[in-house]
Design a protein around this ligand. Structure first.
Ligand code: KIV
Length: 267
């Protein structure tokens, strides 16, 4: 059995130039597959709101939803490093409110860390969590909880002003004590530059190959979200086709009486 991943492992992997592999999970079944595949860390992302619950954005996701998903994931991957997304408005009200919410996540899900979306404005909140022993992953670039402020899910930080802000936000998050940072949907050169400058590892999604690790939304790479086709997703399977085919055949075979057959029936 390999040594468990911790926040220190993240740093060591960056120092040794070993890429960090992160994927999302929302339930016990998927978590078991990720565990068996030896993924370094599982993110219980609030993308659950979209790929699990069918919402148009991540904004409706509640703290209780995240705790429910994280507990299921933990049962499927009992020893894996688990990071849980703090949903919209669970970390913006005040550092004390955030501490209570993140504390619930840590107590009720057996996660090792939480993730928050946002820059320097969150520094005091992050310091409060880290000061109480809660590891925090930051998230910059396309932060989906701000979709309405951005006016969509397009590329971020492609113009100089926003790129400069992202650089200083990244430094502020590192200073505040984040152990790692997600960089989402930003130009590859900017992601590589920020990754080289920071001591903490960056985990990219749509940020090119120069980050210290990569994360994808697992249903995207499995081909279960066929209508979502951003440039940064590589499809490693076409489960959409396989699932459709299996369900169509089941329905046909029930209807034509060929299921269940002799071998699927008790004498
Ligand atoms: O919610 C999520 O799945 C995420 C990843 C895309 C990084 O935040």
């Amino acid at each position: 059995m390999s040594k468990p991943v911790t926040t220190r492992t993240f740093r060591r992997m960056k120092a040794e130039g070993r890429k960090i592999v992160v994927l999302t999970a929302y339930d016990w079944m998927l978590a078991r597959y990720l565990d068996e595949a030896g993924i370094d860390a599982i993110l219980v992302g609030d993308s659950a709101g979209q790929v699990f619950a069918g919402h148009r954005t991540t904004l409706p996701v509640t703290l209780d939803d995240m705790i429910y998903h994280a507990r299921a994931v933990r049962r499927g991957a009992p020893d894996r490093f688990l990071i849980v997304d703090m949903p919209f408005l669970s970390f913006q009200v005040s550092p004390e409110d955030t501490l209570r919410n993140a504390g619930r996540v840590m107590k009720e899900t057996d996660a090792q860390a939480v993730k928050v979306e946002g820059g320097a404005a969150l520094a005091e909140t992050i310091e409060r969590l880290v000061g109480c022993g809660i590891p925090v992953m930051g998230h910059l670039g396309l932060t989906p909880q701000s979709v309405h402020a951005f006016g969509g899910y397009g590329l971020r930080a492609s113009e100089a002003g926003e790129a400069d802000r992202l650089r200083s936000d990244a430094r502020a998050l590192e200073r505040a004590g984040c152990f790692s940072l997600v960089l989402e949907k930003i130009p590859r050169a900017l992601a590589a530059e920020v990754s080289a400058e920071l001591e903490i590892p960056t985990i990219g999604i749509g940020a090119g190959p120069g980050t210290d690790g990569q994360v994808l939304v697992t249903p995207d790479l499995l081909g279960l979200t066929p209508d979502f086709r951003p440039r940064f997703v590589r499809r490693y399977a076409d489960l959409d086709r396989i699932v459709r085919d299996a369900l169509t055949r089941f329905a046909a075979e029930v209807r034509d009486g060929s299921f269940p057959g002799e071998e699927e029936s008790y004498p």
